[in-house]
Design a protein around this ligand. Structure first.
Ligand code: PHE
Length: 450
């Protein structure tokens, strides 16, 4: 089996792929909107603390399990289990994560489809195809179905090519493109009137709201979603890392890049909101609350781009292309979780497994598109607010309570022979044993009760 398993060919390739999974709509859209509606800089501070002190240790747990197992999530979790009940538990957690990734993809593809149609719209406008441009800019069932399917097919096309030629190759191309577009847009927005006020709201914390429990619950949820935790995705990406690599530093890079891009996206979106406000688009209420979280991307920003005349067409195109690219490097990781399982468990060919699972996910997506009001919010809540924290917590339990300490040490020493003497090894096992489960559990219970 190991001879046919894929592997990332380089450190850079892995970092781009895992950071590509982590950096997505959650960073560029979710984080700035949450920040704007949860007290600006106070949310930023809470997010930074939780990302480094809770999400990073949990990410390390998932990467470790995968790298040690060198197999799909179910098998990797089973390999660290010893007693029969633990092996059943491994199946539940691994398979649960795979299902969770599939359901996340089914709603993510809808949002990404909106991004694709918004990318196509300025092209149609520039080409003078007015009817097409209007059709693309209006919410309709047909448009949503078509673009959701286009996005799923793009995801399938990359995943069917495997780890090195699909995931790694495309992540290495798309992630730098994303960074480039992001910086260009920031440079542009910061020269606009009103942008400085936005920067202040984003960067100067009002510490009075920092201990607001709702803020902490949202910040942790955001950090978990953003690092793709609790979905088996980081287990499977971990399993493609060579045993020669130092996992502790790789995980740290991925976390740093993810947090950095969320932070930088805030530098774009929050000033853009204030620029739009200065141009007369209503964004904040009199008390400074964000009026419409959901419509930010589809009403506020397009209004801003419209106000810029013909430059706006280009800026709008660049912005939505950025969103689509970010979404694609994340969606491929979501599809990889079930595909890797199906390939290894049922000895299917990768291409068959990819199309069959992609088609199943497309059916779920289309069902959601046809029942947006009833299903969209429900699937998001069940996957991101319930399943992800619970499954992420379970992975910490595997590392802290189930995996024998000696075997864990041996696994982490591969590629990092000195680890035993580091601060990481002194803190992390204890941390994943007690602090992560208790903290994640407490936040989870609070979010259920509120
Ligand atoms: N981390 C991605 C984002 O921020 C979303 C994601 C969630 C990807 C779960 C994979 C698994 O958009």
């Amino acid at each position: 089996m190991s001879a046919v398993r894929g592997e990332f060919s380089s450190r850079f390739g892995f970092i781009m792929a895992a950071a590509g999974s982590a950096v997505g709509l959650g960073n560029i859209w979710g984080f700035p909107t949450q920040t704007a509606s949860n007290g600006g800089a106070a949310f930023l501070v809470a997010y930074l603390v939780l990302a480094f002190f809770l999400a990073y240790p949990a990410l390390m747990a998932e990467l470790m399990i995968g790298r040690h197992g060198q197999a799909n999530a179910v098998v990797s979790l089973t390999k660290v289990s010893n007693k029969p009940w633990q092996k059943h538990f491994a199946f539940i957690v691994g398979f649960g994560g795979i299902l969770c990734a599939g359901f996340i993809l089914s709603f993510y593809a809808i949002v990404a489809g909106w991004m694709l149609s918004a990318t196509a719209q300025p092209i149609a406008a520039l080409a003078g195809a007015d009817a097409a441009s209007t059709w693309l800019s209006e919410q309709s069932l047909t448009r949503n179905v078509i673009f959701t399917l286009v996005f799923i097919v793009l995801t399938i096309a990359i995943i069917s090519r495997g780890v090195e030629n699909g995931i790694e190759k495309w992540s290495k191309r798309l992630m730098p493109a994303l960074l480039g577009i992001l910086f260009l847009l920031i440079a542009y927005v910061l020269t606009q009137e009103g942008a400085m006020e936005g920067l202040k709201a984003y960067l100067l914390p009002d510490f009075s709201s920092i201990f607001d429990t709702q803020l902490i619950v949202s910040a942790l949820g955001q950090a978990f979603f953003s690092l793709s935790l609790g979905t088996s995705v980081m287990i499977i990406y971990g399993s493609y890392i060579s045993k020669k690599e130092n996992l502790v530093s790789l995980g740290a890079y991925v976390t740093l890049i993810d947090v950095f891009i969320a932070f930088v996206a805030g530098l774009l979106i929050i000033p853009a909101m204030y620029v739009a406000q200065a141009q007369g688009v209503e964004i904040f209420s009199a008390s400074g609350k964000l009026l419409s979280e959901d419509t930010l991307v589809f009403q506020v920003l397009p209004a801003l781009f419209d106000g810029m005349g013909s430059v706006g067409l280009f800026v709008g195109f660049a912005f939505f292309a950025l969103m689509s690219i970010a979404a694609l490097t994340s969606s491929i990781s979501m599809l990889e979780a079930p595909v890797s399982y199906a390939v290894e468990r049922f000895a299917l060919k990768r291409i068959q497994a990819t199309w069959v699972i992609g088609a199943l996910i497309a059916v779920v997506s289309i069902t959601i598109v046809c029942n947006l009001g009833a299903l969209f919010g429900l699937v998001i809540t069940l996957t991101t607010k319930v399943a992800q924290p619970l499954l992420g917590l379970m992975c910490c339990i595997f590392v802290g309570w189930i995996w024998y300490r000696n075997s864990l040490l041996q696994a982490i020493q591969q590629g990092n022979p000195e680890v035993q003497t580091t601060l990481f090894w002194k803190i992390w096992p204890w941390y994943t044993k007690f602090v992560c489960p208790i903290a994640i559990g407490a936040v989870f219970v609070h979010s259920l009760l509120s």
